[in-house]
Design a protein around this ligand. Sequence first.
Ligand SMILES: [Zn+2]
Length: 451
Amino acid sequence: MSVPLPPSDAPATAPTNPPVDSPAKVSIDAPAKLSVDAPSKEPVDTPATVTDAAAQVTSSTTTAASISSTTAVSKIPGRSTIPDDATSNPHHLIKRGEVVGFKNPYPSWSHSVGFGTILRRVVWPTITGEVKQPDTTPPTVPVVKPEWLPDRESSDKIRATWLGHACYYVEYPSGLRILFDPVFEDRCSPFTFMGPKRYTPRPCDIKDIPIVDAVVISHSHYDHLSHSSILEVQKYHPEAQFFVGLGLETWFRKSGLNHVTELDWWEDADLTVTVKDGDKQRDISARISCLPCQHTSARTLWDKDTTLWCSWAVRSAEKSVWFGGDTGYRGVPYLPPGVDDYGDELEHLPRCPQFKQIGDLRGPFDLGLIPIGAYSPRAAFSPMHANPFDSVEIFKDTQCKRAMGIHWGTWALTSEEVMEPPRVLKEALRRKGIAEEGVFDVCKIGESREF
Ligand SMILES: [Zn+2]
């Protein structure tokens, strides 16, 4: 029997992580195996409750022969710019007065991706041949070796380099350097021996990245958060500050990373990078904003939705990037093949209102990094993963001036053909009367674009 590779977005849960040929085994073996086989001994116990982020986190290191930098983070108290319907925190799950988990608060989250959905919409259609595993035989997405700016002063534009899947490295004209969702392993899985394996090579190693001031993590799924990658970032960039969603700070601290700040949706923090070059010293400032998205989280069988999934905005010296991370937009029901879920009859399906809120309250953004892949079959994954038609709606709602497609081209998490997302993206742009090139693009892995 052949079943699709695990949709590693909820990798350690039985329903969404069936190993090839033995789907029943995970639910029996995985709990015991997690602590034994996890590649880099990550903390596996669930944070019991959400703790307050440290008010001030500082660190320092030397990044070049005579140039050093220190970083400091100040969490901004309160939430000054927030939609009315978010002030009551409808995404919090409260037990005995404490936040113990999270949920998607809007009807656009039509169903969670559970065992029944996977069985009905993925496993059975695979058995019958209705759904096929994508062919990852090369050539697929071209991979080039990334090139970096020679120093912090070298550009008056945002320079963004795709490092595969959701990982982007962004060089700001202010000199700020941000790494989003770094995952450099071959497999995005709790196991080193199974789970989705890269079909395109990583374009570089973490040690090749010259400067990292901050790492922004969208959520806990293995294709976005890697224990060994974050340890490696800390090893080569000990000054880096980590920004994570509510509930994830404990996991980072247990992993030995103390420069971590967790934020709730609509909360902000200020990052200051002090660069010293001989006698000269200057500060680079950035505003890091935790913003909503529609998704889920889990690293083990017992921590589902106990940590928050987020999108993020990072603004520095008037240049801004919105990082979509991983999100759905509009859950759609099962439809016969060929039916357009953006057709008139389905116009009534609710859309996630959070992206318009982000655009209205925090936009516009110079660059959006927006997921376009891992969407098929649509009836299974639409609540949690945007397809390119959703992605273009998100692009418009969030008021991004330009965008690059992420969350594709690296691991075959779902059943669409691996080169389909950019093709459908062009169709979606055309339908909205947006130019097919130069607005919302994709690029080679390792390629840099300027904005
Ligand atoms: Zn993902």
